[in-house]
Design a protein around this ligand. Structure first.
Ligand code: BGC
Length: 767
């Protein structure tokens, strides 16, 4: 900032402080909380004063970047004329040194009705203190750490004036080819609902007028994660029962948790673009769920209805979007350009326009922007504070999933020589993962210094930076790696995929470890040294020879700012692994889409009834008793089931008991089991409750998650874990789209993952 700008900024802030003081509000105070009726009344008063241009202006969400430094005057003039409702993804220096507050001041002090702007940004898994990617956070199965992550992100982001985030992403995804699976909370509607709500609560708090609270935006509504072939932006085809039972519940749960905003998605759902999907945005969201926040379109999605072949031109796109139920247009300006004419032609009414404006103003009032439009005071020492870093470290520790641990290869010993090898062994940027707008590698704590610090007294690390990135195919430094491996007690290979291979627009057709990593693992295995593999990736990977050769495998996702210390903590046993998979891990890409809560098929595969490639090779046409639903070459089971994850100990599940084995509709069943730590160290197990509705008026999944609980046990210790289950939790959509619990028989499991468990049966009867 040059001095003139700095001074102007200081003067403006002083004026703001005086204004606030005159109104009797201290700069640190939260805004006055208005009742719903008071908010509607204030909106009525505003709507009476606003011109058509100002009303349409409220519906425009601009990106600051489109103006550029040379158009600052134009930008301010547009705000002054009330043509802009808010900004996204602000870049503080982009507009000739203007801050968010400088532009806000123009809106508040110079625009006709002084309506504040709302500033949004993709604060997805942290602002500057980066937490694990959302898929990693989901592997913690810990709503409180997920909520804390969102809270910290909000504290940091609001300290720089951002009061709205485009998170949580609660798209269900069953396809690891899809790059954005990294940003999701996995495949299960129940787990995604619980963790999505935790994020909403963390961002918004129960009082969104708090100056460190931000509006959440659940996205992407709807079906975006079902992109065909996992290719981003691709069409989604979802039967209505699946839509209502699998894809919608996380959004409904978020709406019920007072979610303030929703983002519509890019994709078509059953051939209708989500941006103009009246049925979903109006009938379901507003009609059935009574959502009263605003709906924002995704970036450029309005105009993308042209290539979709749904809108014939920009005006048509604006008409479809406005009538479809989107309130706020992101990035494009078709509302500004065409709504006046569309309204004149009677294709969108003034009452409908007022309703959209009302939805946006309501959120602004709920955030308290009317009394606190500016960035809050007293915000020093918030960003990257010690306690934020400690929380990010804890979240990363809890996100790691131990997939394999033969011969107790893990934890590593601190008096060993460790050969640290692989393309992701020390990667301050890659460890942060996808969608980090403000995260910076200079703030990262990478692995090498962390392992050096851990081994410094008794052990030693030999670091060989093998393969310069995860895609590298140059094998020339393998020799050095092998030499180091031979000198070491144990090889620690850290590979997987870089963050750029995941995320938006970054889907993969193959999901193996790219580059020459499989070859490197083959070469390392030849040394016959114990091999511990850490996978950093935004999706489950087809492990192939990595599985075969590794004594232990730890899935670390992209762990964020504190990846290094967190990994050292868990690999050396200072903290026990406890993560569980939030999705099904395939053997290979040919099994995808893959998910545990699937239908049985008429010919369910079991271990002894399916034909294998070996059978064919031996001339067996089909396995007795016949063909079943499987792949000849990949079998019928995934590599690792949903909910799977080891610890450094072991657990025994025993004594399953139900409070009754007959419950009437409307009542509750309690199930309990004893969990015993049968190993040698204290460990935490995530105990899972699954049910199966055996016969339904539509076919029902073979299992559905209905609850989970964490239990920490010392060696030899036992605890009883209990779950309550109301018959409402068994409801699903029947062919008439009614949400029903049908009387009949059910299976129930208390389990360590989706493919195991203590089983019981119960019956639901009429009232
Ligand atoms: C993404 C959204 C994101 C938006 C704004 C889009 O490309 O799909 O998830 O919030 O950009 O950055």
């Amino acid at each position: 900032m040059n001095n003139t700008i700095k001074n102007r900024w200081r003067i403006s802030r002083t004026i703001a402080a005086i204004t606030i003081a005159i109104c009797g509000i201290s700069p640190a105070a939260n805004a006055e909380q208005l009742s719903d009726a008071q908010i509607e009344q204030k909106i009525d008063q505003l709507l009476n004063k606003m011109t058509l241009t100002e009303k349409i202006g409220q519906l425009q969400l601009r990106d600051w970047g489109m103006y550029g430094a040379d158009k600052t005057d134009q930008l301010k003039q547009d705000i002054r004329e009330g043509k802009i409702g808010g900004f996204l993804n602000v870049n503080f220096d982009a507009v000739a040194g203007n801050t968010i507050d400088d532009l806000q001041r123009v809106a508040v002090e110079e625009s006709p009705n002084g309506i504040p702007l709302i500033n949004g940004q993709d604060v997805i898994h942290g602002y500057k203190t980066i937490f694990p990617i959302p898929l990693g956070q989901a592997a913690s199965w810990n709503p409180s750490i997920v909520k804390q992550g969102a809270r910290i992100a909000a504290e940091e982001a609001t300290s720089e004036g951002i009061r709205w985030t485009f998170a949580p992403m609660i798209d269900i995804s069953r396809n690891p080819r899809w790059g954005r699976i990294a940003e999701s909370l996995g495949e299960d509607p129940y787990l995604t609902s619980v963790l999505g709500v935790a994020m909403v609560e963390g961002f918004q708090t129960d009082d969104p007028t708090r100056r460190d609270a931000m509006a959440a935006s659940a996205k992407h509504f709807i079906g975006y994660g079902a992109a065909e072939a996992g290719r981003d932006y691709n069409a989604a085809y979802i039967p209505e029962t699946t839509l209502r039972d699998i894809y919608l519940p996380p959004f409904k749960a978020a709406v019920d948790a007072n979610l303030l905003t929703i983002m519509s998605s890019y994709n078509t759902l059953n051939d209708i673009p989500a941006t103009a999907n009246k049925k979903m945005l109006k009938d379901v969201l507003r009609g059935e769920w009574k959502f009263n926040g605003f709906v924002v379109s995704d970036w450029n999605a309005v105009l993308e209805m042209l290539p979709h072949g749904f809108a014939k031109d920009a005006k048509h796109a604006a008409e479809l979007t406005a009538n479809g139920g989107v309130d706020f247009e992101m990035h494009t300006t078709t509302f500004e350009e065409h709504l006046p004419q569309i309204i004149k032609e009677g294709k969108f009414t003034l009452a409908e326009l007022d309703q959209a404006v009302r939805n946006i103003l309501r959120v602004k009032y709920k955030l308290g922007l009317h009394t606190n439009p500016y960035t809050r005071e007293g915000r020093e020492n918030i960003i990257l504070s010690e306690s934020n870093l400690a929380a990010a470290r804890q979240a990363a520790r809890e996100s790691f999933v131990l997939l394999k641990n033969d011969n107790n290869a893990l934890p590593l010993k601190k008096n060993q020589t460790v050969a640290l090898i692989g393309p992701l062994a020390n990667v301050p940027h890659e460890q942060l993962g996808t969608w980090i707008y403000n995260g910076d590698k200079k703030d990262s704590h990478p692995f090498l210094p962390a392992i050096e610090a851990t081994l410094k007294d008794a052990g030693k690390v030999i670091y060989i930076p093998t393969l310069k990135n995860s895609r590298d195919t140059d094998t020339s430094n393998f020799k050095a790696a092998i030499k180091a491996a031979k000198k070491a007690d144990v090889i620690l290979f850290i590979g997987g995929e870089e963050s750029i291979l995941t995320g938006e627009g970054h889907s993969r057709g193959r999901i193996d470890l790219p580059g020459a990593q499989h070859a490197l693992v083959d070469a390392l295995a030849k040394t016959n040294k114990p091999l511990v593999t850490v996978i950093m990736a935004g999706r489950p990977l087809a492990l192939g020879n990595v599985l075969e050769h590794s004594d232990a495998i730890m899935m670390a996702w992209h762990p964020g700012t504190m990846a290094g210390p967190a990994l050292a903590d868990v690999l050396f046993g200072d903290y026990g692994p406890q993560g569980k998979l939030p999705l099904t891990w395939p053997v290979d890409v040919g099994q995808t889409p893959i998910y545990y809560n699937r239908m049985a098929t008429g010919r369910p595969a079991t271990d002894d009834n399916y034909t294998r490639m070996e059978d064919i090779e031996q001339g067996v046409f089909q396995h007795v008793p016949g063909n079943s639903s499987n792949h000849l070459d990949l079998g019928h089971l995934p590599q690792y089931p949903f909910g799977f994850g080891l610890t450094y100990s072991s657990f025994k599940y025993s004594d399953i008991k139900l409070s009754t084995n007959k419950i009437a509709l409307g009542s509750t069943l309690t199930s309990t089991a004893t969990i015993t730590n049968t190993g040698k160290v204290t460990a935490t197990e995530t105990v899972q409750l699954y049910v199966q509705d055996i016969v339904g008026s539509v076919t029902r999944p073979i299992r559905e998650l209905k609850g989970f609980k964490k239990v920490s046990l010392k060696p030899g210790e036992s605890k009883t874990v209990s779950f309550t289950l109301h018959t409402d939790a068994l409801a699903f959509h029947n062919p008439d789209m009614q949400l029903v619990t049908e009387p009949g028989d059910f299976n129930l499991w208390i389990a360590a993952h989706a493919q195991t468990g203590l089983a019981a049966k119960f019956e639901v009867t009429e009232k």
